[in-house]
Each structure stands twice: as C-alpha cells, then as structure tokens.
Design a protein around this ligand. Structure first.
Ligand code: C2E
Ligand code: CA
Ligand code: CA
Ligand code: CA
Length: 279
C-alpha cells in the first residue's frame, strides 16, 4: 500500500473508514431496530408440485433503516450474529411468523406451514428449545406447521449440542429443513446424521439445471438421494418454466422462487393467497 503513494493511500483509507462507519451504524441501529419496528417480515410462498397449491411460506427479514434505507439481510444478519442480537431478533421472527400464519389458517388456509431461518448463534443458547416453545405457544400455532431452516455451518462448534437441540425441537413437533444444500463442505455427512425432514436444494444448482447437463444430473441425484432417505425436497430459486418442468419431471416435491412469487409483505401475501383459492 505504501508504494502506491499518498493519494491512493488516502482513497483506500477513506473507503475503509466508510465501511467501518456503515458497520457501526448497522450495529447501533440494529439494537434499536426491533423496538422501533424498523424490522419486518416478508413471506415467499412455496408450491406443492402434486397439487399446485401454496402449502407454505418462508419468512424473510427486512430492515428499513432511517438513514441507510433498505439494508439487505445478507449484510445485517452477520452483524446480528456477531453481536448476539440475532437471539432476540430470531425469537421475534418466530413469534411474528407463527402469529401471521395462524391468522391465515383462521382465514381458511388450514394447512399452511411457515419456514423460519435459524442462525448457529441461536443454537448456542442454553434455553433455545424452551424459548422457541414459548414463542410458538404465544401464537397459538400448532408446532407441526413450523419448519426451522438450518444450514450446515450451524454445527461447526459443538455438534453434539446442536444434535440434541434439533431432536428436542422435533419432539415438540417442529420440522427441520437443511437449507442451501450442496453449497457447504460436509453436505453428505449431514444427511444421515441429523434429524431432518426437508432438504432445500440451493438455487445455484436449480438455476443451472436447464442449460448445464452436469448440474442437471446433480439436481436429479440430490432429489433421488433425499427421497431414499425419506426427506421432502424443496427447490429454491426457481425462476423459469424450464427449471420448473425439469423439477417436476424429477419428482421434486415443492418449489419456491420468483417464478411463483417474490417475497411479499404480509398484506400482499394474504391477497395472493386469496386469489389462488380454488375450492
Ligand atoms: P436464504 O435462507 O437462502 O433465503 C433465500 C433467498 O433467496 C432470499 O434472499 C430470497 O429472497 C431469495 N430468493 C427467493 N427466490 C429467488 C429466486 O427465484 N431467485 C433469486 N435470485 N433469489 C431468490 P433474502 O431475502 O435477501 O435473504 C438472504 C439470506 O438472509 C437468506 O438466505 C438467509 O440466509 C438470511 N435471512 C433472511 N431472513 C433471515 C432470518 O429471519 N433469520 C436468519 N437467521 N437469516 C435470515
Ligand atoms: Ca432459507
Ligand atoms: Ca436457501
Ligand atoms: Ca442462503
């Protein structure tokens, strides 16, 4: 950096400065975001390929920061994890997503499920299972309609602890999905070991599945393998009818992606649900 000269060095360090400042704003902002109701959930429907019905939604966090505007979860979730704020935010997310789903069920969508993303940090909480149980109870939702999505890196530390908690969550009736399948290092070793119900094929495979024959074979193999382990398969990131047709042909169970709908606010999602009813 030194030999680049003074000017370049200044540009470099002021960029660093901006980055650090943004990070500080995000960190301090997150601490107040919940109570100021700047955080909210959007819902992305997923569809059962056998019935073509919307069978559930994935809840996704959104943050509208007063100065920074819209901040992506890809940016603020890691900060929430590092600071530990994800524990409180994560519980709020479960409570809110279950409450909303219970409302939709009462409007007549009785079998609607809800999927909520979990961070590894939440599994380090000793009382995770108890707090999750309370969060669901406060919503009145039957735990069988809640799916928690985990990723492979959830068990980097203390695998035994994670395994125990997952089993306890399952004992309550909650379903467990392995998210982003195929992107980590240990995907295969997870499948036999963890008490899973659902496998979500990462969108990077789904989106190549029409043009790239190698990727196509991977998708096909993942589906077959999951089924032989009695897991349901959700394909995420489905954007084209070609991708959809291929997934149908290979007997994928459920699809999610922009082709069906982008993530919607609760209000828009309710309207979308009503428009799809055909009974
Ligand atoms: P994810 O769990 O893999 O969520 C799927 C992401 O793919 C979402 O991005 C969703 O909007 C996007 N997506 C859905 N359909 C399509 C599609 O057809 N094409 C493309 N290109 N993208 C699609 P989003 O909402 O920006 O979330 C990004 C990540 O942030 C999530 O990835 C998840 O890891 C994390 N995240 C979001 N909400 C939460 C939360 O409540 N808790 C935790 N721990 N993480 C969350
Ligand atoms: Ca997810
Ligand atoms: Ca995913
Ligand atoms: Ca992801």
């Amino acid at each position: 950096v030194k030999e680049l000269g003074g000017a370049s060095y200044c540009v470099f360090s002021s960029e660093m400065n901006e980055e650090v400042q943004r990070r500080l704003l995000i960190e301090s902002g997150l601490r107040r975001a919940l109570e100021r109701t700047e955080l909210y959930l959007v819902y992305q429907p997923y569809v059962d390929l056998q019935t073509s019905n919307i069978v559930g939604h994935e809840a996704l966090l959104r943050w509208n920061h007063p100065d920074l505007g819209f901040v992506s979860p890809v940016e603020f979730i890691p900060v929430a994890e590092e600071t530990g704020l994800i524990v409180e935010i994560g519980l709020w997310t479960i409570r809110e997503a279950c409450r909303q789903t219970k409302l939709w069920q009462e409007e007549g969508h009785q079998d609607l499920t809800i999927s909520v993303n979990m961070s590894g940090r939440q599994f380090q909480q000793q009382n995770l299972v108890e707090t999750v149980r309370n969060a669901i109870a406060s919503s009145g939702l039957d735990p069988a309609f809640l799916t928690l999505e985990i990723t492979e890196n959830i068990a980097i530390h203390n695998e035994r602890n994670v395994m125990t908690k997952l089993q306890e969550l399952k004992d309550i009736g909650i379903r467990i999905a392995l998210d982003d399948f195929g992107t980590g290092y240990s995907s295969l070793s997870y499948l036999g070991k963890y008490p899973l119900d659902i496998l979500k094929i990462d969108k990077s495979f789904v989106q190549h599945s029409y043009t790239d024959s190698g990727e196509k074979e991977i998708v096909k193999t993942i589906i077959a393998m999951a089924h032989s382990l009695k897991l349901k398969v959700i394909a995420e990131g489905v954007e084209t009818t070609e991708q959809l047709q291929y997934l149908e042909q290979e007997r994928c169970d459920v699809v999610q992606g922009y082709l069906i709908s982008r993530p919607l606010t609760a209000e828009d999602c309710g309207a979308f649900l009503r428009s799809k009813r055909h009974d």
